[in-house]
Design a protein around this ligand. Structure first.
Ligand code: CU
Length: 117
């Protein structure tokens, strides 16, 4: 067996171990609701993508800044990421239903909408 096969076997083994641990855990706790979804908005070329996103209360949005300079995700009175550096991300868990229009305070032409149901 060569080294590559070794690694692959090790990977499969640990995935199995993970699955086993997870099913043990679920078994111990009993039926639980699936973890709330996480949604991703990519910031790239001075744009939010997608520009508009709809989520449910309790869910999380992660904004990932792929531009080589900072941006913000700012909805006055609701949430404000402050500066998200290049290559970094910021996450927000929405607790209240509503339609939140947000901008980047550094580039106010950048606009997005977060709808929380
Ligand atoms: Cu910006």
């Amino acid at each position: 067996m060569n080294a590559r096969e070794d690694r692959r076997r090790a990977g499969a083994g640990s995935a199995l171990a993970c699955a086993a641990a997870l099913s043990l855990l679920v078994g111990a706790i009993g039926p639980v609701a699936a973890a709330p979804a996480t949604h991703t908005v990519v910031i790239d070329a001075v744009k939010f993508e997608p520009e508009s996103i709809t989520i449910k209360r309790g869910e999380t949005v992660v904004w990932v800044n792929k531009d080589p300079f900072p941006h913000t995700v700012t909805a006055k009175g609701a949430f404000d990421s402050k500066e998200i550096p290049a290559g970094k991300s910021w996450r927000y868990t929405a607790r209240k239903a509503g339609e939140y229009r947000y901008i980047c305070t550094l580039h106010p032409t950048m606009k997005g909408t977060l709808k929380v149901e």
